[in-house]
Design a protein around this ligand. Structure first.
Ligand SMILES: Cc1cc2nc3c(=O)[nH]c(=O)nc-3n(C[C@H](O)[C@H](O)[C@H](O)COP(=O)(O)OP(=O)(O)OC[C@H]3O[C@@H](n4cnc5c(N)ncnc54)[C@H](O)[C@@H]3O)c2cc1C
Length: 283
């Protein structure tokens, strides 16, 4: 749509040119920005010419640029992933492959693959819709958002805390998300995924991802059914009762056109229990 309040656009190619005046707003893929009136926004700052490599592997894990598209992430090849071998308790080694989870999360968009080609990981997380599947992915892997401020400083915070509510984040005036860091330990973890929507291609009602690290730590992450990411974290695989108690204590279930709060809670509890058993918990 035409953004009638917007007077112009800048396309910076370096960090120095990134920050300017009030009224400016970052533009990534534009798949949401161009869908609603942006009152108060007079200029767009296109982040896509900054030349950030979409995905970088390091000894610490994976760095996903905010401008990495959903397509680039979901079509990652094993060669591009290049994780270090994971040593199991019995001494054997294998290579972690979190690509199934990346694919499951990409498929959790109401948007089709056509939108994936332009929508970005950073744009999805910064937009902070409850049904933001890149938020689901990053939060479930205990990923950290690297945030750049206009004064040249940088700060980091877990994505699970960065998204604070429906369309709200911890982002302060003038800040942008630079990248998302996924720790190697999460890439090497076993994961399980469940999602439901009110219709076959509908927007997420609730989405539960369970993760069991090599250390035995077990994390259940709920998005979509709650207004912001919720996590239940255990040192070891919990009992069914302990897991349900933690999930029932969540107080951010919400109701909208995509599902009622009590349905979302019930489906989350059911899915989490299925995942607990799937990942080795006693039935
Ligand atoms: C048919 C259709 C279906 C959709 N389905 C879903 C869905 O199921 N779930 C969902 O969550 N969304 C959905 N969307 C909305 C949107 O496409 C996605 O959220 C997408 O990931 C947004 O990314 P973008 O790069 O296009 O962001 P943009 O539209 O460019 O920006 C989104 C917001 O994030 C800000 N922003 C962008 N990048 C940064 C950054 N690096 N730092 C700080 N702020 C930034 C922008 O200023 C803006 O406020 C859908 C859209 C369409 C058209």
């Amino acid at each position: 749509m035409d953004l009638i309040d917007v007077r112009g656009m800048r396309v910076p190619t370096s960090r120095d040119e990134l920050f300017d005046t009030a009224g400016e707003r970052p533009l990534a893929g534009g798949t949401w920005i161009y869908s609603v009136r942006q009152s108060g926004t007079t200029h767009l700052v296109d982040l896509t010419a900054l030349g950030w490599p979409p995905i970088t592997t390091t000894a610490d894990g994976l760095a996903i640029a905010a401008t990495c598209t959903v397509a680039e992430l979901s079509l990652l090849t094993p060669a591009e992933l290049r994780t270090d071998p994971v040593r199991a308790g019995n001494g054997s080694e294998h290579f972690a492959d979190p690509r199934a989870l990346f694919w499951q999360c990409a498929n959790s968009f109401l948007a089709s693959f056509k939108v994936w080609n332009i929508a970005t990981v950073g744009g999805n997380i910064a937009l902070a819709l409850p049904a933001g599947p890149m938020t689901s992915l990053a939060a479930s892997l205990d990923a950290v958002a690297v945030i750049w401020a206009a004064d040249g400083s940088e700060r980091r915070m877990p994505v699970a805390e960065f998204v604070t509510g429906v369309l709200t984040t911890d982002l302060r005036d003038g800040e942008i998300v630079r990248e998302i860091l996924v720790p190697a330990s999460s890439l090497a973890a076993s994961t399980g995924f469940r999602r439901i929507a009110l219709n076959a291609l509908g927007r997420t009602g609730t989405l539960v991802i369970a993760r069991v690290d090599e250390s035995g730590e077990t994390v259940f992450t709920v998005t979509g059914g709650t207004s912001h990411p919720e996590q239940a974290r255990f040192e070891r695989m919990p009992t069914a009762a302990a897991l349900e108690e933690r999930l029932r204590a969540i107080d951010s279930w919400y109701t909208d056109a995509h599902g009622a709060a009590d349905w979302r809670e019930a489906m989350t509890v059911r899915f989490a229990e299925q995942l607990r058993v799937e990942l080795g918990g006693a039935a």
